[in-house]
Design a protein around this ligand. Structure first.
Ligand code: ADP
Length: 683
């Protein structure tokens, strides 16, 4: 380094792409490199020895001059950012000298250079940061624009949700009226033709409701407004209930529905039972829709993921029309159907599977399809559930009693046999079609404790089975018990004299298909116990029956219905009458407060059914007044159930926050209404 000549150093400094000025203690220019010449238009040689404030009058009293003084006198280095003064010296882009539009933005470093102690010098290095600043400004502008766009999108999203909430409310309100009125109409004396018309109108209204629910769900998912609940529920019951409510449609088409949950322990889990039901209902309803003959199998199992999580795996397969392989991957996209003719023939929106997939993904899982045209379809989904600490004890086992299962459906027979074996029974399975000949002797020669017989087998076969059974029972002290597996609509049983007479026999019990594990266990327990058949509970029928109340009870219950819509008033009153209650009507929140006050001393109301959106005073305001205003002190504890068409995320919470006890979405489900009323009257 020491050998470098001054010429070389001088040339190197002149080649630099930063500006360099060196000044002495008097702030006179000692050196000025080429870059400065190029950007200031001043000649290098002419500047040496001149005070810097003469070369650049802007220097006088500037931050730069203060920095140079500090460097020279105290040795303090400085870096002058361009934020406060972007162009401290008049320096321009090379080809635009003197044009203020092309002043360059400068970042300046100032440092003392001491060659020996007697000649302190100060070096000023000037960086052109114009490009960097421009880039920063562009980025900032973009960020601002993004922010504005984001704000705009947020506002649009809010309006969309608000629109959805309004639409949901506006559409549900009249559908509630239509469905409710039809329910009431169906209870009146109707001619056959009228019944037919009313049934068709009900189906159409229900279809419309499903359609609206689908579109709303889809939009809610899109807007990120769909909430997944976390409540404790029994997985097996949830699946059984869903299949039970749908199976009748399949059975009416002559399709066998088989639920195999032998691989599922009775699990108490935490998750969203309504969304799980929605997924299964959707897949099942498609399976029923696209299958003309054969069967639908629902296989369920759970595996442990870790100490706190379970993976639920459900496989819904059918023997229907199937799906061409190349179409399978698109089915989960919105508004996709296999082809346009599907809509013509089967209806639908092509939204069901999209919603199903989104729901699975929201619950930590996914769904796939396996299908071939003409060869049925399989939809397999899985999702994650939290384990609940609450342990349900397993159903009691029976010790190795011999049982015979006679089913015309292979899968159904195998599933039942597997289930019975799990309960410790010694099971023999007989296919009603192929093993007919050996069947009779088997019955006569084996001392079966229970015979499970599919009631849909050939009448001749059924008759012979019972004859063989009568022969066997002659030589046995214990009569063999029979569980007849019937279908839900039971219409064929009514038309068969044989079945009707068999059902009245003392040792014959009935159980509807699809078989619910718990009901099967109960029937077996009943068969093995000495209890009379008269006390037998027909679970399947009971679940769908309305509770009826004594007249005396009705008179004591005081319900106030707060509802502004005339038709919905009629609907609610009709439904209440049907389940054994009467109610007074208030046409808005104000009217409700009036009635509550009038009645609080004499006959206070025990329950209020409160609509939310009403003119003059809405349900939220009315509830707040009831709970907090001294005028209604005597009624302040009355139970209030919201009955509203507001079904968006947060609506239920809004009702509870206002002080209501419970929430019912419109259209009102009559059995849920009965359940909630009974619950709140008891509390
Ligand atoms: P939708 O049934 O309302 O049209 P989905 O999203 O539920 O909408 O189904 C989309 C399409 O996938 C259906 O139109 C049908 O073409 C096909 N599909 C769904 N499930 C089945 C099934 N089990 N068998 C045959 N095709 C099916």
């Amino acid at each position: 380094m020491a050998n470098l000549s001054n010429d070389i150093l001088y040339a190197a400094l002149n080649e630099l792409s930063v500006g360099i000025i060196i000044i002495d203690e008097q702030q006179q220019v000692v050196f000025f490199n080429q870059w400065l010449s190029d950007h200031s238009g001043l000649y290098l040689m002419q500047q040496e020895g001149k005070p810097l404030d003469i070369v650049f009058p802007q220097y006088l009293g500037s931050r730069l001059s203060t920095a140079c003084e500090s460097a020279l006198s105290l040795g303090l280095p400085s870096r002058l950012s361009n934020t406060f003064n972007p162009t401290p010296l008049p320096l321009y882009q090379k080809n635009f000298l003197g044009d203020d539009k092309h002043l360059i933005q400068q970042q300046i470093s100032v440092k003392k250079i001491a060659i020996d102690s007697s000649t302190p010098l100060c070096q000023i290095v000037i960086d052109n940061v114009t490009h960097m600043v421009k880039k920063e400004q562009t980025l900032l502008k973009l960020a601002d624009e993004n922010k504005i766009q984001r704000q705009k999108a947020e506002i649009a999203n809010k309006s969309k949700s608000q629109f959805l909430a309004n639409m949901s409310h506006e559409i549900r309100t009249p559908i509630n009226g239509v469905l409710g009125m039809l329910t009431l109409l169906n209870d009146t004396q109707l001619s056959k033709t009228q019944q037919h018309f009313s049934k068709l109108a009900t189906v159409s209204a229900e279809t419309l409701l499903n359609l609206i629910n689908d579109i709303l769900d889809f939009s809610k998912i899109e807007a990120g407004k769909l909430d997944i609940e976390s409540v404790a529920f029994n997985l097996a019951d949830c699946i059984d209930e869903t299949v039970q409510t749908m199976a009748i449609k399949a059975q009416m088409k002559g399709i066998e529905v088989i639920v195999d949950r032998t691989a599922l322990i009775d699990e108490s889990v935490i998750g969203d039972p309504s969304r799980l039901k929605q997924i299964i209902s959707n897949l099942l309803s498609n399976a029923i829709k696209f299958t003309e003959q054969g069967e639908i199998n629902i296989k369920v199992n759970t595996t442990e993921v870790d100490t706190t999580h379970l993976k639920l795996l459900v496989n819904v397969s059918d023997t229907g029309i199937g799906i061409p392989r190349q179409k399978c991957s698109d089915l989960f996209d919105a508004f996709t159907q296999v082809d346009a003719s599907t809509t013509r023939e089967y209806g639908g929106t092509g939204l069901g599977l999209t919603i199903v997939r989104q729901l699975c993904q929201l619950m930590g899982g996914d769904i796939e399809v396996k299908s071939k045209q003409g060869q049925g379809s399989q939809f397999i989904f899985h999702l994650l559930l939290d384990k609940d600490d609450h342990i349900i004890p397993p159903l009691k086992a029976f010790n190795e009693k011999p049982v015979l299962v006679v089913d015309s459906n292979v899968n159904s027979g195998q599933m039942v046999s597997r289930q019975l074996q799990l309960w410790g029974l010694d099971v023999e399975l007989c296919n009603a079609k192929s093993e007919m000949k050996s069947l009779y002797s088997k019955i006569e020669n084996n001392n079966f404790s229970v015979l499970l017989i599919d009631a849909s087998i050939d009448t001749f076969l059924l008759e012979n089975i019972f004859t063989s059974l009568a022969n066997a029972n002659k030589s046995q002290s214990n009569k063999t018990q029979v569980i007849l597996l019937t279908r839900m609509d039971n219409s064929y049983a009514k038309s068969s004299a044989l079945l009707t007479s068999l059902m009245t026999k003392e040792n014959v019990h009935t159980l509807t298909k699809p078989i619910v594990t718990k009901s099967l266990h109960r029937k077996l327990t009943l068969s093995y116990s000495s209890e009379s058949r008269l006390s037998e509970l027909d679970d399947n029928n009971k679940a769908f029956e309305f509770q009826s109340f004594d007249d005396d009870d009705d008179e004591q219950v005081k319900i106030l219905l707060v509802e502004d819509n005339r038709i919905n008033q009629e609907v609610a009153l009709g439904l209440l009458r049907k389940i054994g209650y009467r109610a007074d009507v208030a046409k808005n929140g104000l009217h409700a407060l009036e009635l509550l006050q009038q009645r609080q001393l004499s006959e206070p109301y025990q329950l209020v059914l409160m609509d939310c959106q009403m003119p003059e005073m809405d349900g939220y305001q009315a509830t707040i007044a009831i709970r907090s205003d001294d005028q209604y002190q005597l009624s302040s504890q009355v139970n209030i159930i919201a009955m509203t068409a507001n079904t968006m995320k947060g609506d239920q919470e809004k009702c509870i926050a206002a002080g209501m006890n419970d929430y019912l979405a419109k259209p009102i489900n009559p059995s849920l209404l009965a359940e909630k009323i009974a619950f709140w009257l008891a509390h």
